[in-house]
Design a protein around this ligand. Structure first.
Ligand code: SAM
Ligand code: SF4
Length: 379
């Protein structure tokens, strides 16, 4: 019996952040120094992660994606991949990585049952790479991408966050790459994580929505099995994590560029693209240039609301289950795990979280999640 939320969406996809640390410092994601990270004892162990993922799969989840921070910097990450790859019922195991360490892992990941990888890459120019990611280097990331291709972790998806004034003049170059390589290049709209930082006119939305059909005087079952403390407050962390070297609200808004504009720019130079079917492309809308081996996709969660098809939950590295990327509400699984709860009790908390998954984000009303950085949420 799959997990179904209050809006009849099947929730079969869990994105698991395995660390909030990273070896890069992308300007839109992390500050240059003093990145917010949880104390190590708050990070879930591999045994805890394996248990939660097994329970999620028993509840009907079929797709697991590992993310971070940078998942490949977590010690013995291959061991975790092997453990998860062996869980019965899992249909699709993937990872999102910055690619810097991928060439050393790709082949072993494939052997451990991993199906695919997404590699984040925002520029094809070494000097810009240094300006945007501020660590690592382009050659290593490209080596990782080709190693993944070679290992059969396909289709390799390349996630590019397009930003005006930073890399928007490269969108055609990225699209041209798909003429010769079977990559799925996807342009991601810059998301308003922390947009309210430095701009008080934007509010944070704290709560998850009430269930459909809720009457004002009805005793709400929201988190009936949790308590106020286990409903993680965004405000606990508010104002603590925008530090020097991370783009602030105004800079992010200035850099925002819509998927529509990117598509127009590509088509103006390379001709019209045909819609393409990419089975594993989730919310991306995909297209193909005539004769291309790969595809060009757009993840336009800002300008084109994709909530109606949302099928996912997120698990943070410190053990909170988050039903919506754009709403700061989260449910504590770590305390439950560490207090000796049974599998059934944990499963019930998954169900409650799914039941209260918000219908949609409220970005147009000024919603801006501020509780955590994207590096803490996993993207
Ligand atoms: N470190 C890995 C990586 O970069 O692929 C995994 C974690 S990263 C947080 C996951 C994705 O989130 C990356 O593709 C990154 O570009 C994207 N991301 C981070 N901050 C973002 C933002 N403000 N808007 C849009 N995408 C963002
Ligand atoms: Fe690290 Fe990924 Fe964030 Fe870049 S986007 S700083 S690689 S977590």
């Amino acid at each position: 019996m799959p997990l179904i939320d209050s809006y009849n969406r099947t929730i079969d996809y869990l994105r698991v952040s395995v660390t909030d640390r990273c070896n890069f410092r992308c300007v839109y994601c992390m500050p240059e120094e003093g990145a917010p990270v949880a104390p190590r004892d708050e990070i879930l162990t591999y045994e805890e992660l394996e248990r939660l993922i097994r329970i999620a799969i028993e509840l009907g989840m079929t797709k697991i994606r590992l993310t971070g921070g940078e998942p490949l910097i977590r010690k013995d990450i291959l061991t975790l991949v092997q453990k998860i790859g062996a869980i019965p019922g899992l249909q699709d195991l993937s990872i999102t990585t910055n690619g810097y360490l991928l060439s050393r892992y790709a082949s072993d990941f494939a052997k451990a049952g991993m199906n695919r990888v997404n590699v984040s890459l925002d520029t094809l120019h070494p000097d810009r790479f240094t300006r945007i990611a501020r660590r690592g280097n382009l050659d290593e990331v490209l080596a990782g991408i080709y190693a993944a291709q070679e290992a059969g972790l396909t289709p390799v998806k390349i996630n590019c966050v397009a930003m005006r004034g930073w890399n928007d003049d490269e969108v055609v170059e990225f699209a041209k790459w798909t003429l010769e390589q079977p990559f799925d290049v996807r342009f991601i709209e810059l998301m308003p994580i922390n947009w309210s930082k430095g701009d008080d006119s934007m509010n944070s939305y704290y709560a998850l929505s009430a269930p459909q059909g809720y009457q004002p005087n009805q005793k709400i079952q929201l988190y009936a099995d949790t308590d106020a403390k286990s409903f993680h407050s965004a405000f606990r962390m508010k104002d603590t994590n925008l530090q020097a070297g991370q783009l602030d609200a105004r800079e992010l808004r200035r850099a925002f560029i819509s998927a529509q504009e990117i598509r127009k720019r590509i088509e103006a130079l390379l001709g019209a693209m045909e819609p393409a079917e990419v089975v594993t492309n989730g919310p991306a809308q995909s297209f193909r240039l005539p004769g291309a081996l790969g595809t060009v996709g757009f993840i336009s969660q800002i300008t084109n609301d994709m909530c109606v098809n949302c099928n996912r939950l997120r698990l943070t590295a410190d053990g909170y289950l988050r039903p919506c990327l754009m709403a700061d509400g989260e449910v504590d699984l770590r305390s439950l795990l560490r207090s000796g709860a049974s599998d059934d009790e944990i499963a019930e908390r998954f169900r409650v979280t799914v039941y209260h998954k918000p219908k949609e984000h409220r970005l147009e009303d000024g919603q801006a999640p501020v509780g955590r950085n994207m590096s803490q949420l996993g993207g």
